[in-house]
Write a protein that binds this ligand. Structure first.
Ligand code: PBG
Length: 334
């Protein structure tokens, strides 16, 4: 064989595909974009109120007037949706969480105002009893037990009043069995055919929700959430929840929290054709902020890297307290 025809032992150089910004962009497998993001907000009663959440630096509880301004900024950044969580006064919390259905209650008022003031934003609302429950549980508590089917009736009514107030996507975060079906049936019976359901399908009993519970003062007064939220040791069990929520009529499925459960995001991606959402939760945000405040991590770079990880794992939609920050960073990077 001639020298020219001889096949040499070719040295492999994967670095060629990393050699310039343009080269890296061509071969990038996953990208996070502003249209993937949902910004969560905490809303409080009153006017001109901005109350910082100590364990979530940069996050505030906002009264509706300030929230409207913040939502305009959110929409201007190109973010398509905001998730709303009401801070309910202790005096309004009851064992059955009746305040959740009060037509003049904080969340329903906020939905109506935002829908009128920032109509281009999709409103993503939480369906669970914990902000309204004097027990701090997502369902009705009796003798220390969380009652499943009794809770379903309240959740279904909550979803309907939220949808009628203007919610576009109702998101049951309670993990009661059968809630997606109960909510879909109630929405359809009420004529809310266009209201979508994002099921918190695979939601773990996680300690990463700590700062969120600080923000709402909604931690369980007794016990924990392990009889309804999933065990962090399990992934196969997620397949069962996925199948049930698909059958019951969910439009989106969610995994929560995010970073400790990327394997479950991937599993969900491979097991459903429905859109997959992931919640980068309060504790994940708090970790980044705390380390950044110490000068130990670059918040902005770690935020975008975390969100990119969700996309790489297969998520379509990301809820993150850093959505507006990420939107600004992504725009600046263009
Ligand atoms: C309540 C709810 C929780 C979160 C969203 N909805 C907390 C919980 O289940 O205790 C957590 C969000 C976060 O930590 O950012 N059903």
């Amino acid at each position: 064989m001639t020298e020219a025809g001889r096949i040499r032992n070719i040295p492999h150089r994967p670095r060629r595909n990393r050699s310039s910004r343009a080269m890296r962009s061509f071969v990038a497998e996953a990208r996070v974009g502003v249209d993937d993001l949902i910004q969560p907000f905490f809303v409080i009663d009153g006017e001109n109120q901005r109350v910082p959440v100590t364990s979530m630096p940069g996050v505030n509880r906002l009264s509706v007037d300030l929230l409207v301004e913040e939502c305009r900024r959110t929409a201007d950044l190109g973010i398509g949706s905001v998730a709303l969580f009401p801070v309910i006064a202790d005096s309004l919390k009851t064992p059955h969480g009746e305040e959740a259905l009060n037509p003049d209650g904080l969340l329903l008022r906020t939905i109506r105002i935002l829908k009128a003031e920032v109509p281009e934003l999709l409103l993503f609302t939480d369906v669970a009893l914990d902000p309204y429950s004097s027990d701090g549980h997502d369902g009705i508590v009796e003798d220390g037990r969380i009652l499943n089917d009794e809770t379903l009736e309240v959740l279904a009514r909550m979803a309907v009043v939220q949808a009628e107030a203007g919610a576009d996507i109702v998101a049951p975060s309670d993990m009661m069995d059968g809630r997606v079906g109960a909510i879909r049936t109630a929405l359809d019976d009420a004529g809310c055919l266009e209201t979508a359901i994002c099921s918190y399908c695979v939601k773990y009993a996680s300690a990463f929700y700590g700062p969120f519970r600080d923000a709402l003062d909604s931690a369980p007064r007794a016990g924990d959430k392990k009889t309804y939220q999933m065990d962090p040791r399990n992934a196969r069990e997620a397949l069962r929840e996925i199948r049930l929520d698909e059958t019951e009529g969910a439009d989106w499925l969610m995994v929560k929290p995010g970073l400790p459960y990327l394997d479950v995001v991937r599993l969900m991606r491979e097991s459903t054709t429905l859109p997959v959402a992931v919640y980068h939760v309060s504790g994940e945000y708090a970790m980044l902020k705390a380390a950044a405040q110490n000068g130990w991590l670059d918040y902005e770079k770690c935020l975008v890297e975390s969100l990119t990880g969700f996309k790489r794992a297969g998520a379509d939609v990301i809820l993150t307290y850093g959505a507006m920050d990420a939107a600004r960073l992504l725009a600046a990077a263009d």
